[in-house]
Design a protein around this ligand. Structure first.
Ligand code: ZN
Length: 244
């Protein structure tokens, strides 16, 4: 399996409150987390917004089973051409993990079809991440709830389509709640939004959060999907309707 971690990589070089937590960038920590969790059978590469084609040429996407996407302040500068390339690749079977503020990214909007706006935010709140779907592959081995001492409150309504599977709901110190782990099927691909991951707190260092990310990568990876076999081009097998 091949995983690509995509990062805007802006705030980690601009704001001390972020660089003190992620001096080498969020992508470096995410890559380490996935390599550690998924083992040597999985290749984890990094792509950055500043690279040509944002590091996501067609060859890279064709060789990616699951793409993780972290973006925030520079999301509007992502090229529409690359967004369309990612969208098509998801419809063709690539998994996509939309992380934290990337819910408002062009890629998320292109695949989910709504504004993906959150209603308000607040830094520093403690967060409880509640499992809503016990038995789902993404929650395997994850404590319920997961306690995040300092995160970021995102408020509902969050303008997303109703998830095909609502995996987590978060509650915050201020009393707000959020659908914080949402899964969708888009074409042959799987999409998962995971809200925790605020850049000023070491959330991606938390073992329970790393576990969720690794589970989500496994869930989103494309399974073998055989095409229907046609006897002649454009026709169903001649006797498909005959009872056995
Ligand atoms: Zn944030």
């Amino acid at each position: 399996m091949n995983v690509t971690v995509w990062n805007e990589f802006f705030e980690e070089r601009k704001y001390p409150s972020v660089s003190s937590v992620y001096p080498d960038g969020l992508h470096t920590v995410l890559r380490q987390a996935l390599a550690e969790q998924l083992g040597p059978g999985t290749g984890v590469r990094v792509a950055l917004q500043e690279e040509p084609e944002h590091g996501l040429g067609q060859d890279v996407l064709d060789d990616t089973d699951v793409l993780l996407w972290w973006g925030h302040l520079k999301q509007d500068e992502v090229s529409d051409e690359v967004v369309e390339r990612v969208r098509r690749r998801v419809l063709d079977g690539m998994g996509l993990l939309i992380l934290h503020s990337a819910i408002e990214s062009k890629v998320a909007k292109a695949l989910l079809g709504t504004s993906c706006r959150i209603t308000g935010w607040r830094h520093g709140d403690s967060e409880l991440l509640w499992t809503i779907l016990p038995g789902h592959e993404i929650v395997a081995g994850v404590p319920n709830p997961v306690v995040i001492p300092h995160g970021e409150m995102y408020g509902e309504p969050l303008d997303i389509p109703a998830p095909d599977e609502l995996v987590f709901i978060s509650s915050y110190e201020g009393g707000e709640v959020l659908r914080s782990g949402c899964a969708w099927h888009r074409g042959r691909g799987r999409v998962f939004f995971f809200a925790p991951g605020h850049e000023e707190a070491p959330i991606y260092f938390q073992p329970e959060i790393r576990r969720v990310l690794a589970n989500a990568v496994r869930w989103a990876a494309p399974p073998a999907q055989p095409q229907p076999r046609l006897t002649r081009q454009g026709e169903w097998p001649a006797k498909w309707w005959v009872p056995a």
